[in-house]
Design a protein around this ligand. Sequence first.
Ligand SMILES: [Zn+2]
Ligand SMILES: [Zn+2]
Length: 218
Amino acid sequence: MFRSFSKKPDRFCTYCKKIVSGEKLNRHILRQHHMNDEVKVILTKSKEERTNFFYQKRREGMVEYNLELFKNQKEKEEILLMRERKPKHEDSLKMCSRCNRFLSNRTFYRHRKTCDTNTADPVSPKCLVPINRHKDQEFHEQILQKFRDSEVGKLCQSDELIQQVGYRHFSLRKSETSKREEIRKCVMTEMRELARLFIKFRNLSVDDVSTEDMFLRK
Ligand SMILES: [Zn+2]
Ligand SMILES: [Zn+2]
């Protein structure tokens, strides 16, 4: 893929899957994708909401672009990751486990203070390459098989979305071998909470609902 060397960092547009360089991403979105439903809606919102939306889009673009690079990376090949700012000094790029921003290892400690000191951990982008959870023995043995035979437990073992959320967390922190037990508990708690929330949601709903429906704003 072509990367420019202009002063502005490149951005990736999640709508047209193209690299946007030399132009701000929000301008690109407004020009090229103003007919998109999501964009149409956000244009009716407050300035603050719009700013947040574009910020979110920028971040999503970076995550998507970088993951794609890693997926296609050949062994020992160096890849140039998309990032928030261009570095002044040589560094390595980390992803924040909480907010998904790509940041320099040099400034991560500073970011951590403003993000969340408990859960914002630097993750090496190498750990982000999605692994198929169906093939991940560890996830099956350490997480899925440990749920009890209750309504909540069964839902965790059968629901696609709950498992995806759990697996994402699990694989992000897989490299922290010293905290294994803690991570295991944390992932299972998170999955149980989602399952409980869904059960409540289902009881309140008249129609048949799925876990995805919980995240749809209506
Ligand atoms: Zn676009
Ligand atoms: Zn963060």
